[in-house]
Design a protein around this ligand. Sequence first.
Ligand code: M8P
Length: 828
Amino acid sequence: MKTHSKESQVNSIAKPIKLGMDEASVGDDLQRYFGLTLGRDEDSDSHHYLYSAVALTVRDRLVERWRATRDRYMEQNPKRVAYLSLEFLMGRALNNAVLNLDLEAQMRAVLQQYACELEDVNAEELDAGLGNGGLGRLAACFLDSCASLQLPVTGYGIRYEYGMFHQKIKNGYQVEYPDHWLRNGNPWEIESPENARSVKFFGHTEYYLDQNGKERARWVSTNDVLAVPYDVPVPGYQNGTVNTLRLWKSEATDEFNLDEFNAGSYTDAVAAKNLAEQITMVLYPNDASENGKELRLRQQYFLSSASLQDVLHRWVKRNGNGKDFSNFSAKNCFQLNDTHPTVAIAELMRLLMDDYFLEWDDAWAITQKTMAYTNHTLLPEALEMWPVSLFKTLLPRILDIIYEINARFLIQVAQRYPGDVERQRRMSIIEEGDNPKVRMAYLAIVGSFSVNGVAALHTKLLKAGLFNDFYELWPEKFNNKTNGVTPRRWLAHCNPSLKALITDTIGNDWTSDLDHLEKLKPFAQNKEFRDRWIDVKHSCKIKLAELVKSKCDVQFNPNMLFDVQVKRIHEYKRQLLNVLHVIHLYDRITRGDTEGMQPRSVLIGGKAAPGYAMAKTIIKLINNVAAIVNKDPRCQDWLKVAFLPDYKVTSMEIICPATELSEQISTAGKEASGTGNMKFMMNGALTIGTLDGANIEILEAVGEDNFFLFGLDAEQVQEARSSYDPNLIIETDKEFARVMHLVESGHFNQFEPGVFDAVSASIRSRDDAWITAADFRSYVDAQKKVALAYQDRESWTVKSILNTASSGRFSSDRTISEYNRDIWSRDE
Ligand code: M8P
């Protein structure tokens, strides 16, 4: 009998260890990590080592479940999903893991012995800021829901060395600083060099005849870059499942550029390694506009190729000699998070044909049955179009394949619409012209079986507008998946006192089925419950006021209405409209017209893309207005204004529990969904908003008595454009004219003449795409209704409770169940 076969060794390593989850076991492990692994003693007065020891203690328990989950998936062999995304905005991991592993009570007890609170330990962790905003945070919420629903979904992304930049405010202006988030190490990743893949760039296509005399292609003379995976555990909510987020880091292969540099010097060759390592160096900080940089396309292809190779490798390993892909599409699905990883469609074709020798038709059938595309934006400036010339040098073989996909597709269009040459031109994946471009969204639609928008209105507009030709051709591909957010992070973790009140009142089923929050509705009529609700909100407001004091040196008054807008700074999101209202309140206060006014503390936060001048000027305006308002003694009891610097996931965890009024005021038709709106609602804020994105569904869920609706709808916005005359609107609205006068007279920029000229010019422009002036009056009137409603605190609290109680639909568990039902489980 062979007792030391490789297999039995592996088995014994994999044997379940069963780490204790009780206070004593957790305490012993923590002590060992702190004292031995890290070599610290009680005198060490930094919380940093304690954080590391806690993280290692928790990590062991994650890894245990991670392996069990992997084994289970291996055994059950379910259909797998790879969620491909250039962004995963994870934020902090420790508290999430503690909550999901149900370790909180034990950990708190253990930390007492170190005279330390769990919160102090959590505070040591830097945010994993590997995303810009909503799109990246959505990916993170989705991973949480997939693990919580025990779905075999792996996230694939990039391990950026530098995440989203840090924002500081200097003299009112945004200044960017690099986010070197890995500088203290990262306990949540496990490097897996044995699973590294090689990714090709440059070179050219070579055709050859195989043994059977068939012509085949191969991509040769390439510059290869190594993709090394770093795996991050994604725990489900108290269910023993731990899924994986696999992040790729680029490294130079040892042979990197050897040929080229053979003639030159060794040191040049080594220095050239930088080029490979640059690929995963930094996250591009644009949230809504393409900047067309070559390095970005390299990132996209790098992620796509490495991830597909990973999935194919696993398939081949499991399915014998590597030739049989007949069942592949029944067992695999790729969800493309916007067009950013869309080059994966051509890459899958390449791998199946060039590496696994499938014929075009077979490869295409597999591709079209496994790829699914989510669109997140209608903004034309965000639509990715890569120059053909760039593809030609960087990814020549991929360009061949895209051309072939397009040629075959256009034949289909011609057959369906004979003689309609104009339609063929419109629908072509290649935009012709002096500088021809690849339309990535069209490639995504043509190559996939599912195309979804992220809120009902958004999907409707996609079908009617941007993708109308494709909708006519393939109506069955199109579907809606309204976004959601994870109630674990965005309620249970970030608002422990509300969590306790809710659980005390209706039990704790809501944490895994958020529809149970409905059961709160009758309690809205209960005075005692309302008082407790008010107390919770008040305590959260005190915490936010402390944050604002420490970061902005502005004293918010927790007895005032907390009015909040936090999100990326963009003209379509209309932070400008918010400031105009603030200026209007300031104007009223300084005129002594405070009748019916509600004292408020207004918070605005968010980052501007570094190259987006107008967004940066808007930040400057908010800061200058805040400075004038906050130092004016007449405003003291009525109005406080602050711009919170460096808005990120961790800030939102303090902000959303404390918010009473959620500002969702984008130009209708522009915000695809929004997800901050959902986090605020869950935490009992009322929304003031336009009929845009998911606001519409929030309004439907909560009812119009519990929502402050204003502004033109998407259709009216379109109609208004042709005859839009903002100057006339301003002239005929005295209060608006006064606001404009304050901005244009230099009242907020006495020593910096002209800095806001561009802002006022944009408001006054007939071409203002965001038609800010059109909604000013309706917004100000809606804000008056807010003020009035808030003054009846009992009825406001009823509305607040009803908002939380109606937010069940906006759990990402619901969203993911729908992805799973309609897209990922689809039979062929
Ligand atoms: C577009 C880019 C285009 C080019 C280069 C980089 C880019 C990075 C991001 C985006 C982008 O679309 N970003 C978005 S879409 N950010 C968002 O928050 C959006 O997705 C959310 C999730 O679906 C929606 O809730 C938002 O409404 C939408 O704007």
